[in-house]
Design a protein around this ligand. Sequence first.
Ligand SMILES: NC(=O)c1ccc[n+]([C@@H]2O[C@H](COP(=O)([O-])OP(=O)(O)OC[C@H]3O[C@@H](n4cnc5c(N)ncnc54)[C@H](OP(=O)(O)O)[C@@H]3O)[C@@H](O)[C@H]2O)c1
Length: 156
Amino acid sequence: MISIIVATDENLLIGQKDSKTGLPWNVPEDLKHFKATTLNQTILMGLTTYKAIGRPLPNRHTIVVADVPFEDERVEVRDSLTDVLNEYKNSDQTLYICGGASIYRQCLGVADELLLSRIPGTHTGETYFPDFSVYGYQLVETKPFETFTLEIYRRS
Ligand SMILES: NC(=O)c1ccc[n+]([C@@H]2O[C@H](COP(=O)([O-])OP(=O)(O)OC[C@H]3O[C@@H](n4cnc5c(N)ncnc54)[C@H](OP(=O)(O)O)[C@@H]3O)[C@@H](O)[C@H]2O)c1
């Protein structure tokens, strides 16, 4: 199964280059939710996002997709996103897609689930999550947290 996990503001903003973390906001409760969801699981991210985080996240198997030669023995580096998606599409194990925008764009037509943390308001940045209305995702659940709302979408 393939699950996309993302935090966006009300305009689908996801990234700010100049910020310390690459994120346009500081919402610890959402990071806690991200950690609880992905702990001891397999996560996949693009090289830009991996470099923005700056290190592998502990206690997760991390796959980094890179078009250019990249070596880091702490993570699994892959040059074909399609191959990884094919490996997990019909697997019992969930692959969590953690961004960024270019990776999300390529996974939206393949993923089974979208876990979207909606951060209130509009923020400053330059990277946006794609318009996902054309991919057939249905909102199945909304979970209010104190500082954001988790929207759970599924598609079949
Ligand atoms: N709010 C959130 O939840 C969230 C989550 C994650 C990231 N972000 C933010 O999003 C921003 C980064 O997004 P981004 O779109 O610039 O970068 P990205 O998707 O993280 O990474 C792009 C990298 O992945 C490589 N890549 C992409 N598709 C590939 C494929 N099919 N095969 C092999 N390599 C591939 C690209 O190589 P080429 O360029 O050579 O093609 C590039 O090096 C950052 O600001 C980050 O903080 C936010």
